[in-house]
Ligand binder design. Structure first.
Ligand SMILES: N[C@@H](CCC(=O)N[C@@H](CS)C(=O)NCC(=O)O)C(=O)O
Length: 217
């Protein structure tokens, strides 16, 4: 059975869990990282979560885990057969890792996880998110998902952060195509189960919720 090592409240772990959910694959998740720490022999050279084990194969880096699962178990769906759609999905995954992660992760850390902040820093991060999500909104016009009419790995990599972006107490521009896409994600049972997870509004709440999530699959 596939094993996922990583705490349930990590957005990078959530990408992997959501992928497993979409593909209907059995898994076992173990709480690692954050307040759970790292077991001796944790098989990831950079000591972060997630790490995935499928038999003898170990995969780390969340987007690589998503791609691995999609290639191996979701070829023709999450990993499209069609070359233009597959390349589109790959490009947007790279964009998630660079542009979106750069703008969004510090914002989340400052607003929820107690990273020291100033109003200027928060304003800069919000502006970075606005610019990036406006680009995504443009790309979503006239389509249901990022690369066409079907969910792909691109939607998973980026969508895993959307719940937080859409629920943080920040100003967001009106972006109708992005909003409609987010609502489509929210209608998916695997997204609701693995991504739409309460995260609190300060570090104490974050930590309490992390413990409350322990052991949940
Ligand atoms: N590039 C890595 C980043 C992994 C990462 O930074 N994960 C965070 C959680 S989202 C982490 O491990 N934080 C430390 C911890 O939880 O102990 C990936 O995408 O897998």
């Amino acid at each position: 059975m596939i094993e996922v090592l990583g705490r349930r409240n990590s957005a990078n772990v959530q990408k992997v869990m959501w992928t497993l959910g979409e593909l209907g694959i059995d898994y076992r998740r173990e709480d690692v990282g954050g307040s759970f720490g790292y077991p001796a022999g944790y098989p990831n050279p950079v000591q972060v979560v997630p790490t995935l084990r499928d038999g003898d194969l170990v995969v780390w880096e969340s987007n690589a885990c998503v791609r691995y699962l999609a290639r191996r178990y979701g070829a023709g769906s999450l990993w499209p057969d069609d070359e233009p759609a597959r390349t589109c999905a790959d490009m947007w995954m790279e964009w998630q890792r660079s542009d979106i992660a750069f703008a969004f992760f510090p914002l989340f850390q400052m607003l929820v996880r107690g990273l020291p902040s100033t109003p200027e820093k928060i304003e800069r991060s919000v502006a970075g998110c606005t610019a990036a999500f406006t680009q995504l909104d443009d790309a979503l016009h006239g389509r249901s998902y990022i690369c066409g009419e079907a969910l792909t790995v691109a939607d998973i990599a980026i969508g895993a952060m959307m719940y937080r972006y859409m629920t943080l107490p920040i100003e967001r521009p009106a972006l109708p195509a992005l909003q409609a896409w987010y609502e489509r994600l929210c209608a998916r049972p695997a997204y609701r189960k693995h991504v739409m997870i309460e995260y609190g509004s300060n570090l104490d709440q974050w930590n309490a919720l992390e413990k409350a999530n322990a052991g949940l699959q």
